[in-house]
Design a protein around this ligand. Structure first.
Ligand SMILES: O=C(O)CCC(=O)C(=O)O
Ligand SMILES: [Fe+2]
Length: 208
């Protein structure tokens, strides 16, 4: 009898595979912003999660906030357009996104930012990716999520209700149009017992 002692942490498939992007669904948010969602874009991502958690040179940042220096409540890593990505499937993912959005975006996805949320206390506060061109131009930010599910919350900057999109293991969300200018996004803290999550954000050159 074959015994599989190394159980899967999050999903059943051992096969690391990206689904075609044709199945992605768009939702218009208003004010020229939209999101595209594809749950389960990447299957078999347990090994990817483990490798990223162990091998990425994670940085714990500290930031000045008023009179205090505070810990940024998540770990970070950044890969420029010419840096080797920490796993080959991430290069594949970036190439697939570049091909799928070529006509609409008009430039490749280039950089990869990684965030590691160790538990429900880790989070990112409301912001838009507005360092650089995101403040002035329409652009796209594509986020692949692995590990425990966390919500990505979005709210219009002009005021209004926030929306929450639960992002699970292998899910893809793309924020596009005016989203970085006219909407803010956040990963709120969670009081539920949540395990670790890693997000990979692909952006065009000069968008942060
Ligand atoms: O982890 C996420 O899904 C969002 C991260 C984010 O918004 C950012 O790093 O700019
Ligand atoms: Fe962001």
């Amino acid at each position: 009898m074959a015994m599989h002692l190394q159980g899967s942490l999050f999903d059943q498939s051992d096969d690391l595979r990206l689904a075609p992007l044709d199945g992605i669904r768009r939702r218009e948010l208003g004010a020229g912003a939209w999101i595209d969602l594809l749950p389960g874009w990447l299957t078999g991502a347990d090994e990817l999660f483990a490798r990223l958690a162990e091998e990425v040179p994670w940085l714990a940042e500290r930031r000045q906030m008023y009179e205090q220096v505070v810990d940024v409540p998540r770990l970070l890593a950044y890969y420029g357009a010419d840096d080797a990505l920490p796993h080959p499937v991430l290069a594949e993912a970036r190439a697939a996104l570049t091909a799928h959005y070529a006509a609409e975006l008009g430039e490749p996805f280039a950089t990869a930012g990684l965030c590691y949320y160790r538990d429900g206390r880790d989070s990112v506060a409301w912001h838009g990716d507005r360092i650089g061109r995101g403040a002035r131009e329409n652009t796209m930010v594509a986020i692949l999520s692995v590990g425990d599910p966390r919500d990505l919350a979005l709210r219009p900057r002009r005021g209004g209700d926030s929306l929450r999109f639960p992002l699970g293991h292998g899910d893809l969300i793309v924020m596009g149009g005016s989203c970085q200018r006219t909407w803010d996004h956040a990963v709120p803290k969670s009081t539920r017992a949540v395990g670790p999550r890693i997000s990979i954000q692909f952006r065009p050159q000069g968008v942060r």
